[in-house]
Design a protein around this ligand. Structure first.
Ligand SMILES: Nc1nc2c(ncn2[C@@H]2O[C@H](COP(=O)(O)OP(=O)(O)OP(=O)(O)O)[C@@H](O)[C@H]2O)c(=O)[nH]1
Ligand SMILES: [Mg+2]
Length: 206
């Protein structure tokens, strides 16, 4: 079986962190998932791990307020880290401040292996999305941009958005992956990108 098919199937929920003090020490490579609230982070994790309810999916934005750590211990040993979604317009200012302080506590100085920045494929980047990408570049954290909810577009619109995205994001087309948690579009590509980023992933296949 190919590494891409088995890479994430043994993922389990490890722990949430609601406060900086709950963030576990860095011990294994970490792949981080970032993006606006409701963009599809939890749905993506479930789809990648091929598990229906690994991460809680909600149609109500702004529910997840913790950094959630998922652990995959074979093949290899690494974490998938689901950051709380940002940009929820109705969030109270105190909640926004909490978000920043928790996410900063996690990210600052963390040697993240790769970031997956989720962006709604139908829309241009928000200022917050740009801040995240800027941060990853500055910290030299390799990143992939995943265009989510591609199934909501007809194929002509999908093609147009795919063409527009490199210019809109300033990212190389090779680092942009159109994705759908509904249809499975992009699952193989994203899993392959994660496998390639992990140290020694290939060797640990057996
Ligand atoms: N059509 C479609 N809907 C999706 C897709 N991914 C997620 N959704 C829907 O979008 C809503 C939000 O999905 P979540 O996965 O909970 O989003 P999230 O980014 O984890 O949101 P927060 O936890 O609030 O940050 C849910 O109603 C999902 O069913 C997709 O690929 N296609
Ligand atoms: Mg979520």
């Amino acid at each position: 079986m190919s590494l891409e098919k088995i890479l994430l199937v043994h993922t389990r929920f490890e722990q949430p962190a609601y406060r900086a003090a709950d963030i576990p020490p860095y011990t294994v490579p970490e792949i981080v998932f970032a993006g606006r609230s409701n963009v599809g982070k939890s749905s993506m994790l479930n789809k990648l791990a091929n598990q229906k309810s690994l991460a809680r999916v909600s149609s109500v934005p702004g529910k997840t307020v913790s950094v959630n750590f998922y652990r995959c211990d074979r093949p290899g040993d690494f974490r998938l880290v689901d950051l709380p979604g940002y940009g929820y317009a109705k969030a109270a200012r105190t909640d926004k401040a909490k978000w920043s302080s928790l996410v900063e506590s996690y990210l600052i100085g963390r040697p993240v292996t790769m970031a997956v920045q989720l962006v709604d494929g139908r829309r241009p980047l928000t200022e917050d999305d740009e801040h995240m990408l800027h941060y990853f570049s500055e910290q030299q954290i390799p990143f992939i941009i995943a265009m989510t909810k591609m199934d909501k577009m007809k194929s002509t619109e999908q093609a147009a958005r795919k063409n527009a995205f490199p210019a809109e994001t300033g990212a190389d087309a090779a680092h942009i992956i159109p994705f759908s948690a509904r249809t499975g579009m992009g699952v193989a590509e994203l899993t392959a990108a994660i496998a390639a980023a992990l140290p020694d992933a290939e060797q640990k296949e057996s």
